[in-house]
Design a protein around this ligand. Structure first.
Ligand SMILES: Cc1ncc(COP(=O)(O)O)c(C=O)c1O
Length: 411
């Protein structure tokens, strides 16, 4: 029986395959993925392998710590403390208390619990096509996947950044109306949560003042704000460690995951002590334990990712290569009538096409030509480019050539 038939027989089928004939990847090397036939693909999609697939320094850190000890966080261990300290510094110590978990969903779930305990409100506001995770609570805050008929009435949505760019005062008015609706129905405003590159809403650089205006309104209703940096964090936008820093705001809670351990499952939440204390108070002091979250091996993986970002100057490199890539894409695709807009920042770019079927075809055709990209946006019409941070100009050139060839045929 083929691996595909065996998988279909024994695995849940909630997650879709990327391609009509699913790829069988057996090896990763830096920005390359290699399939079972030995074919090499340039990986322009997988942000989890942040410092490159099979990075030897991450492997060494994991191996060394696995040889010494792995256990849970009810014991003292240097790694978890060091990691919390370094993450706090990355926020200029504005958010200096951490909890560690194993996935972005868990970190966001905990963030929502803290927000509700701290504000004593229940209502949450999210962007209209956001994705924040898969727990019962957070699936509600993920309108991209949670069908409207399943959405609880303590969740309200506001449009993505495009509407703000079109009319700022109308946008803020909509936000106010949704917040007041939550108050009128007795839920109050507990939190607003957004991904700082708005990936599922179509990939947008934060419009100037966007987060600042929303944060101001949410706080005026007694709510707290959560920056979901699961996709945008760890320097991916090429300038600062966290995406929200681009709008000169400070969230009350910051969540992170995916790239944090370069593939090793580790995630975290950063906030202030008073927020954590509110959760403690609500649950009589036993507010949070996570068997695997922040274990010594996960923390070693995350520390090595931080080291590599610094030692190899990868944030600056992502800024340079990302700007180069965006410029080349704009120049090369300028005359292509299918291209609506090229957006994004650093190594997180999107190419919006005029028809989602063209986006799907481009993704499929590019795979056949040896380049892996994704798709996103409310209509799935945006080609999503989000490679490992070790992506260089020569890779950008290969990507631009391949996109150009594929889109020329499709248009
Ligand atoms: C912005 C964002 N937040 C949270 C999550 C959930 O993370 P995880 O899949 O690790 O639970 C995702 C996953 O795609 C995401 O993109």
């Amino acid at each position: 029986m083929s691996i595909l038939s065996r998988r279909e027989k024994h695995l849940g089928n909630g997650q879709k395959y990327f391609y009509k004939k699913p790829l069988h990847i057996v090896k990763g090397e830096d920005v390359w993925l290699i399939d079972d036939k030995g074919k090499r693909f340039l990986d322009v999609y997988n942000n989890v392998a942040h410092v490159g697939h099979a990075n030897p320094r991450v492997i060494e850190a994991i191996t060394k710590q696995s040889n010494a000890l792995n256990t849970n966080t009810r014991y003292l261990h240097e790694n978890i403390v060091k990691l919390a300290e370094r993450l706090a510094v990355s926020t200029q110590n504005h958010l200096d208390v951490a909890y560690f978990c194993c996935s972005g969903s868990e970190a966001n779930d905990l963030a929502a619990q803290i927000a509700k305990a701290h504000t004593k409100h229940q209502g949450c506001i999210v962007l209209s096509n956001a994705y924040h995770g898969n727990t019962t609570e957070i699936f509600q805050l993920s309108p991209e996947d949670c069908p409207k008929e399943h959405r609880k009435d303590w969740v309200k949505t506001i449009p993505g950044p495009r509407s703000f760019l079109e009319n700022q005062s109308a946008y803020i008015q909509t936000l106010k109306e949704e917040a007041e609706d939550l108050i009128d129905s007795g839920y109050g405003v507990a939190c607003f949560i957004a991904d700082s590159i708005f990936s599922s809403d179509g990939i947008y650089e934060i419009p100037k003042g966007f987060l600042k205006s929303i944060y101001r309104e949410i706080r005026s209703y007694g709510g707290v704000v959560i920056a979901d940096e699961v996709q945008s964090g760890f320097g991916r936008l090429g300038e600062q460690m966290w995406g929200y820093q681009d709008d000169s705001v400070i969230p009350d809670i910051l969540t992170m995951g995916k790239p944090m351990g370069n593939g090793h499952p580790v995630s975290a939440l950063l906030t202030r002590r008073e927020m954590i204390e509110s959760l403690d108070k609500a649950y009589n002091g036993n507010s949070y334990f996570n068997t695997f979250g922040g274990n010594p091996v996960s923390a070693a993986a995350a520390l090595s990712v931080l080291d590599i970002l610094e030692e190899d100057n990868l944030i600056e490199q992502a800024g340079e290569v990302g700007s180069y890539l965006k410029k080349q894409l704009k120049k090369t695709l300028e005359e292509n009538e299918s291209v609506v807009e090229i957006r994004g920042k650093g190594l997180f770019l999107g190419i919006e096409l005029d028809d989602p079927s063209k986006t799907a075809k481009a993704m499929e055709d590019m795979m056949h030509q040896g380049v892996l990209v994704g798709k996103t946006g409310p209509k799935n019409s945006v080609i999503k480019l989000r490679p490992p941070m070790t992506f260089k100009k020569e890779h950008a050139d290969l990507l631009v050539d391949t996109i150009n060839q594929c889109l020329r045929v499709i248009s």
